[in-house]
Every structure is written in structure tokens, then in C-alpha cells.
Design a binder for this molecule. Structure first.
Ligand code: SF4
Length: 388
């Protein structure tokens, strides 16, 4: 389940997008799909819970007895617990303890709920670790993913959490510096970004607040870029992103020759990944719409993809072929391939013997040009309508 702050229209986790491309929130809303709790997010939640427990003990917030009981419970109940899982969590906990030790007599808060709604409507978040001294506010964030390293440098999600943390505690302190750190133990990656309180508040007042107002109203300029568009629900149907990619594809002034020079190929290659990603996004969207919603696209139709025959019951086929006198029908462990079996037995006899247990599964729906010879198949939506 997504955390409550993730339900906000302008969530901190999507702030890099809506702060840059303000119309994207309203524009992409119809394409938003409900966020499901994936294995990765659930594993991250478990890592945060174990880290919080260990840090609660290390910072004297719970007794040894309570810690041991909760650790035992966690190990017994969490489906993500393993020795290596705990080692990575310990790496983060060790890093946090070292960071705390760098300050003299700091206050530490864990899993601190913070509020930055003065700048962003429904702006809430959670700071994993907050370290406070008279002059420094330092927040540390655990990222448990092992796919892509997330940098703290100008990370708007972290800056919004820092803003909310500042808002929460500034009455009791005299902060002048804000530090933000991301520690990603499974990628052995740590990065820290620092700015003055003045810079953070300038950014919040003069950039975040007006951009949030534009975003809520669906106003402002579209600002496509791969970084900004990759998580946008409208990435497949957005004209600004299409324009950018098409312009990138044709912007090269190739030399007057029948052959692409190596430099021209380099130019094409440099764009290829981004353009391919955009094309894949459009293809995935079109296939999903055609297959699940019955949407048609002029000149295209939905057909069954290619598929191969397979023997539905290997044991029955082996028994029939053995009874018919064929011995070499097994690979060391399994039936030889259907094509080789057919070669061994002969097409006709193979058909006579096994036709009843040879099946040809329907191929994956594929969008092809209208002139393709394969017959059109109906969409899931049409099939449901027909059934009704
Ligand atoms: S795809 Fe990119 S340019 Fe288009 S609305 Fe989304 S973020 Fe903005």
C-alpha cells in the first residue's frame, strides 16, 4: 500500500516531475494507475522498520529487553529477513551512528512525520533520521533499492522533507545549515547535499510554492526530458515528449553523402536509447489499450502473436510412441523436441499417434499493420461484450 503522503496530488516522490513540468499533474491524472505495493517497496518498508528498531535501541529510546523481543518477532515474522538483509540494514545503522557521533550532543528523531503544506498542498512526508544541533539540521534517508543509485544532490524529495523538518523544529533551534544524506547500502553508495537555511527557504518560497500553484491549476509549460518524463503516467501520449524525441531524431545535418559518416552514426547512437524508450512506451500503451480496452488505432489491428506447437501430455506421448516401437524419444531427462520427434516418427504417423495431445497455444496479442495476413482477433473488452 502506498504511504498516505504518496496519495497527495503533489507527492514529494514525484516532485522532480511536477516542479519541472507543472502541467503534468493535471494532464497525466487520467492515466494514473493505482500504485501497488511491489515486493521491492515491501522489502524497503521492512528494511526501514528493522533499521528504526535498531536505531531506537542505539539512541536509548527503547530498553534492551524490548529491543530483543521486537527483533526476535521481526526475524520470525518478516518474509524479507535473511542474514544478508540484516547485514545491509546494519551497514546503514552503523553509518547513521557514525554520523550522529560527528555532532556534539545532538537531538535525534526517528521516522519523523513532517509537514511542508505551507508550500505544497497536502505536503507531508517522513524523515527517516533527523539529527539536530543548535546550528545544523541533518536528515538521513535510507534507500534500500539496488537498481539505481539515488543522489542526494539537489534531490527535491529530500529537500521537501528537509523543509518540513525545518518547519517542525525551527522554533526550538537556531539552524543555519541544512544537510541531507542518502545512504544506499546495497549499492555501497552515500551522497550528501548541503545548503543554508536561507537557500532552502528561498527555494521553497520562490520556486516550490509558485510551481506548486501552477501544478495544481494544470498551468505552465511542458518541460520534457528523459529524467522528468520517465515516471510520468502520460509519457506515452504526451505530445511535448513526442515532439522532443522527433526533433532529436531529425535534428542532425548529415553530410552530403549516401553513407552515414561514423560521426553521424555516433549522433544517432547517442539518441537511440532515449528514442527507443519513448517508442517502447508508445508501443506498450497502444498494445494495452487495444488488448484491454478495444481501442483502435487507424491502420493497425490486434492479432494473436506467433506460437509453437507443444505436447500437452509428455507422459502420454512417451507411452504412445514407446508402444508404437520408438525407443529414442527421450532426451537424457525429457522428451526430445516436438520437431525432432516428428522427424523420428514421420510427419503422418506422428500426426496419427499424437494429434489429440498436440496443442498450439494462442500467441501473445501483437499489433501489426493492417495488411498482415493473420486474422484479426477481438480485444478482451470485445470478448467480454460478446460473452455478455
Ligand atoms: S511526459 Fe514529460 S513533458 Fe509530458 S507531461 Fe509528462 S513530464 Fe511533462
Amino acid at each position: 500500500m502506498a504511504s498516505p503522503e504518496e496519495h497527495a496530488v503533489l507527492s514529494a516522490s514525484s516532485s522532480a516531475r511536477w516542479l519541472n513540468c507543472t502541467p503534468s499533474v493535471v494532464f497525466s491524472a487520467p492515466y494514473e494507475v493505482e500504485r501497488k505495493d511491489t515486493t521491492f517497496t515491501a522489502e524497503g518498508t521492512a528494511a526501514h522498520a528493522l533499521a528504526e528498531l535498531k536505531l531506537q535501541f542505539d539512541t536509548g529510546k527503547i530498553t534492551k529487553r524490548k529491543f530483543n523481543a521486537q527483533l526476535k518477532k521481526f526475524k520470525a515474522e518478516s518474509e524479507y529477513y535473511s542474514v544478508s538483509f540484516e547485514e545491509f540494514v546494519d551497514d546503514y545503522v552503523g553509518f547513521v551512528n557514525e554520523t550522529i557521533a560527528e555532532y556534539s550532543d545532538p537531538e535525534v528523531e526517528l521516522e519523523q512525520r513532517v509537514n511542508f503544506s505551507d508550500w505544497v498542498p497536502e505536503g507531508y512526508g517522513t524523515s527517516d533520521v533527523v539529527i539536530m544541533t543548535d546550528s545544523v539540521l541533518h536528515i538521513v534517508d535510507l534507500k534500500f533499492g539496488k537498481g539505481v543509485a539515488v543522489s542526494a544532490i539537489e534531490n527535491t524529495q529530500l529537500m521537501l522533507y528537509a523543509l518540513g523538518t525545518y518547519y517542525e523544529f525551527n522554533m526550538a533551534y537556531d539552524f543555519d545549515t541544512v544537510r541531507m544524506t542518502i545512504h544506499q547500502p546495497r549499492l555501497y553508495d552515500t551522497s550528501t547535499y548541503e545548503l543554508s537555511v536561507k537557500e532552502l527557504l528561498d527555494w521553497a518560497d520562490n520556486f516550490v510554492k509558485p510551481r506548486a500553484e501552477l501544478a495544481m491549476a494544470g498551468e505552465g509549460d511542458y518541460a520534457p526530458s528523459e529524467k522528468v518524463c520517465q515516471w510520468c503516467p502520460a509519457k506515452a501520449i504526451c505530445k511535448a515528449r513526442a515532439d522532443l524525441n522527433l526533433q532529436n531524431a531529425i535534428k542532425y545535418d548529415f553530410a552530403d553523402s549516401n553513407e552515414l559518416e561514423p560521426a553521424a552514426i555516433s549522433d544517432v547512437l547517442s539518441q537511440s536509447k532515449v528514442i527507443k524508450k519513448w517508442l517502447e512506451d508508445v508501443e506498450d500503451y497502444a498494445l494495452t489499450q487495444a488488448r484491454d480496452q478495444g481501442q483502435s488505432f487507424p491502420g493497425w489491428k490486434l492479432v494473436a502473436g506467433r506460437s509453437n506447437r507443444k505436447i500437452a501430455n509428455a507422459e502420454a506421448a512417451a507411452s504412445i510412441l514407446s508402444k508404437a516401437g520408438y525407443a529414442e524419444i527421450y532426451k537424457p531427462q525429457e522428451l526430445i523436441t516436438l520437431t525432432n520427434l516428428e522427424k523420428l516418427v514421420g510427419k503422418k504417423k506422428f500426426g496419427d499417434l499424437l494429434n489429440d495431445i498436440i496443442v498450439k497455444p494462442e500467441g501473445k496479442p501483437t499489433l501489426v499493420v493492417e495488411t498482415d495476413k493473420r486474422p484479426e482477433i477481438s480485444s478482451t473488452a470485445q470478448a467480454v461484450k460478446d460473452f455478455e
